[in-house]
Design a binder for this molecule. Structure first.
Ligand SMILES: [Fe+2]
Length: 302
């Protein structure tokens, strides 16, 4: 099995490269590492060459997700394993700055993935201004055949399933974070939201103050979710993508198949389960998050 262990980067196409680059560098407080001749911005959250890539385009959408791969398999061998599962991939050399070799493929849900073993680590560190999250935490995507897509991530890329919300959302992880990927059933491929990890609830409060200073309203939250128990709040980036800022996410222990115990867990030990509600605190606004998949006109099409 392929050993994916880290959510590396998200690449966005955008109609307004300046606005989205400015959002990630000035509002979010990440560091612009490189602006390529083709106009692409490579932005680091602190260590890697890039965790966000912004590409000029005539439409605004999530275009690629990068995952870092460990284990003994070379990328060529990973490609062979993918082929055994009917997935065609292309091994690319020096196609992106900071990554000498990557494997590009389209997973069953339609998302383009880049798998890579090594990325340069210029390590610009954390800025003194802006929100400055710890890292890119997870991405939620909507697909037409959620079961098939979930099976691909579990059976081919080695993800664990940590929770579900009804038959709407499946939470998957490739490491100890409760989820690094969230797959939703939707009428067509969408990016539901992308999420960044904050240090604490205090940082969550500061992030809302910083968003307010930049005239970006907080749309929902903060509130504690059921699945993952993360405290989360949501806002829009300049392209109207839903951005989640979260803290206090559950730590999953694969060897035990339960979450590292916390006083607020409903069960001890808290094992992966199917939840009926989104909010542990009972705040109704979170229903809106589910309704996003119904409001296609608001969605970012991939
Ligand atoms: Fe999320």
């Amino acid at each position: 099995m392929v050993n994916v262990f880290k959510l590396g980067y998200a690449e966005f196409c955008t109609k307004d490269i300046k606005a989205l680059t400015n959002y990630y560098t000035e509002v979010m407080g990440f560091t612009l590492i490189e602006q390529a001749d083709n106009g692409k911005s490579y932005i680091s959250s602190g260590v890697d060459h890039h965790n966000i890539v912004v590409t000029p385009s005539d439409s605004s959408h999530l275009s690629k997700i990068g995952w870092q791969v460990g284990g003994e398999l070379s990328l060529k061998e990973v490609g062979k394993q993918l082929k055994e599962h009917g997935i065609i991939s292309e091994l690319k050399t020096d196609s992106e700055p900071g990554i000498s070799q990557l494997l590009e493929l389209q997973e069953p849900g339609g998302t383009i993935l880049n798998l890579y073993k090594k990325i340069e680590t210029p390590s610009p560190g954390y800025k003194e201004s802006g929100i400055v999250p710890n890292k890119l935490g997870h991405i939620a995507i909507g697909v037409k055949d959620a079961k098939k897509t979930v099976d691909f991530y579990k059976q081919v890329l080695g993800f664990w399933e940590t929770d579900k919300i009804g038959d709407i959302a499946t939470f998957l992880t490739c490491n100890s974070d409760h989820h690094t990927l969230n797959i939703l059933q939707s009428k067509r491929p969408i990016m539901h939201h992308i999420a960044f990890e904050l240090r604490s609830f205090e940082h969550q409060k500061d992030s809302s103050d910083k968003l307010a200073k930049n005239k970006i309203p907080v749309l929902w939250g903060p509130s504690r979710h059921t699945a993952g128990h993360n405290i989360a709040s949501y806002h829009h980036d300049p392209d109207q993508h839903y951005i989640e800022l979260f803290s206090d996410l559950d730590v999953y222990i694969p060897e035990l198949d339960y979450m590292d115990p916390r006083p607020w867990h409903e069960s001890l030990p808290q094992r992966p389960k199917v939840w009926e509600e989104l909010s542990y605190w009972g705040t109704n606004f979170e229903q809106d998050l589910i309704e996003i998949v119904m409001k296609e006109e608001e969605l970012t099409i991939r």
